[in-house]
Design a protein around this ligand. Structure first.
Ligand code: PLP
Length: 324
């Protein structure tokens, strides 16, 4: 994992959540984190439900504009936590900008690189301090393991994370470590196929009369496309979109696909569909969902490596069954 991310030190954990927990253990009470406001629901839950009671503060900002990070810095700020592409709106944050700000202000920069995988993006190369992964997703790739990884070039952070790994004990079993090694052998070809399928699906959705809004980096505004070009090899396998309908219609659509399985998680060879508001991001609650722009009609696809014609046909028949 260290060599894939071009880092010196890597530590394996029993889940992505355990890996994130280890990174957050670099902080102490009364310190402050600036985090992307479009974030994996479980990261928000970890911040709010586990670290907040220990006295750690978190501000959520739109990190796609680095000036928002600068504005949010306080005297006790210690860490900047970025997700790019973000979950579920697939917004990109400029890694080089974030690394520069953090170096200047002596903050620890952390990037959750789960959505990109090290094949598509290597944040340490842009000067980021720590990369965290849920290897449950693309690195595992087969929806048969739960795991997490932390990678860094910084010796001091590495030794603290190793200490936490040993002290807390959230480590993977040998069998799961073996499964990850099996998975990594096909990471490059899987990521190529996830991305090319996702791009074709995004193209298809961009022309559909049932789609109100599409979220995919290639279809975003120019500044986002520039970031894409600068730091990602390909735009990845996740596609989100708003259906032209209410919550009920959206749930109906999600139940009509036959190849896309209705399930949380992502990054496996088989395609999944997620009703964001009631599934992956339900913990946020209505108010926070609205603040983050996560509407009832938002759907997130984890595009697998199946034949893309079958996947498009599946979406087509689900649209027809929903809107008949
Ligand atoms: C799933 C996920 C996690 C948490 O990982 P687990 O392995 O499920 O604990 C963290 N970040 C992102 C972006 C994820 O998608």
């Amino acid at each position: 994992m260290a060599s894939l991310e071009n880092g010196k030190y890597a530590y394996a954990f029993s889940s992505g959540c355990a890996a994130m927990h280890a990174c957050l253990s670099l902080l102490s009470s009364k310190q402050h984190i600036i985090a992307s406001n479009d974030l994996y629901g479980g990261t928000y839950r970890l911040f709010e439900g586990v670290f907040k009671p220990y006295g750690i503060e978190v501000s959520y900002v739109d990190t796609t504009e680095s000036t928002n990070i600068l504005k949010a810095i306080k005297s006790n700020t210690k860490m900047v936590w970025i997700e790019t592409p973000s979950n579920p709106l697939l917004k990109l944050t400029d890694l080089e900008d974030v690394a520069k700000i953090c170096k200047n202000k002596k903050l620890i920069s952390v990037v959750d690189n789960t959505f990109a995988s090290p094949y598509l993006q290597t944040p340490l190369n842009f000067g980021i301090d720590i990369v965290v992964h849920s290897s449950t997703k693309y690195i595992g790739g087969h929806s048969d393991i739960i795991g997490g990884v932390v990678v860094t070039n910084n010796k001091e952070y590495a030794s603290r994370i190793a200490f936490i790994q040993n002290s807390v004990g959230a480590v993977p079993s040998p069998f799961e470590a073996w499964l990850i090694l099996r998975s990594v052998k096909t990471l490059s070809i899987r990521m190529e196929k996830h991305s090319s399928n996702a791009l074709q699906i995004a193209n298809y959705l961009s022309k559909s009369k049932y789609v109100k809004k599409l979220y995919y980096p290639t279809f975003s505004y120019e500044k986002q496309r520039k970031i894409l070009k600068k730091q990602m090899k390909l735009p990845g396998g996740m596609v989100s979109f708003e259906l032209d309908g209410d919550s009920k219609t959206t749930k109906k659509f999600c139940s009509k696909t036959k190849i896309f399985t209705l399930a949380e998680s992502l990054g496996g060879v088989e395609s999944l569909i997620d009703h964001v508001a009631s599934m992956t991001h339900a913990y946020l609650g209505k108010k926070r969902q609205m603040e983050m722009g996560l509407k009832d009609n938002l759907i997130r696809l984890s595009v697998g490596i199946e034949n893309v014609d079958d996947l498009i046909y599946d979406l087509e028949q689900a649209f027809k069954a929903t809107f008949k």
